[in-house]
Ligand binder design. Structure first.
Ligand code: FNR
Length: 187
């Protein structure tokens, strides 16, 4: 049987991003049968504009995004929290991916969410906001475990490797849940 394909999306563009590092850890600790690639196009996406959202005018980067999501068996999102909510770039990606609503790439798509922040409430509010978004898109959200990596800077070494064993265990639990959903997609 071929591996299930998961598209990882980081909500941060920073080179030293804790969230991108968390996605890399997910690649390392993925269960057998689950292959995680990381989406590279966030920075190149134009702002959502309904006038461009037609077959004739769709930006190539958006077409590529939708194709990558359609081809994936599930999504793994690692989000920072910006001002108690979803970073604008990630929200913009979701807005493009969510159209047209009736046939969108996010419809029934298995989605797992996680997030890392240096502070004490690592991404709690951003993840709640994301969960709300994925209700409208009718995605198949992994409910538990919740992976909120607080005090995240202490859990990675200087090379961006996840060194905290509890976080590894939590991450593996999320990946197992995502794998189960990807194996049995709703529809
Ligand atoms: C932040 N940060 C932040 N942290 C938090 O816990 N709650 C918040 O509301 C915010 N707000 C916020 C807004 C903006 C514009 C920035 C740039 C940052 C801090 C944030 O958690 C920290 O920079 C993380 O390290 C960002 O994630 P990456 O880039 O390391 O993945």
């Amino acid at each position: 049987m071929t591996d299930l394909k998961i598209l990882g999306i980081s909500g941060s563009l920073r080179t030293g991003s804790l969230n991108t590092a968390l996605l890399r850890a997910a690649q390392k600790y993925a269960p057998s049968g689950l292959e995680i690639s990381i989406y590279e196009g966030l920075e190149g996406l134009p702002l959502y504009n309904g006038d461009l959202d037609t077959e004739e005018t769709l930006p190539a980067q958006v077409r590529e995004l939708r194709e990558q999501i359609n081809a994936a068996d599930g999504l793994l999102i690692a989000t920072p929290e910006y001002n108690y909510s979803i970073p604008g770039g990630l929200k913009n990606l979701i807005d493009w991916a969510s159209r047209p609503a009736a046939t969108s790439s996010l419809l029934h798509k298995p989605v797992a969410i996680m997030g890392a922040a240096p502070g004490n409430f690592g991404t709690v509010r951003a993840q709640l906001a994301l969960r709300q978004v994925f209700v409208w898109t009718h995605s198949d959200l992994v409910v538990k475990p919740e992976v909120m990596v607080f005090k995240a800077a202490e859990r990675f070494d200087e090379g961006g490797n996840l060194t905290d064993e509890d976080t590894v265990t939590l991450l593996q639990g999320l990946l197992d849940s995502l794998k189960t959903k990807a194996e049995h997609p709703a529809g």
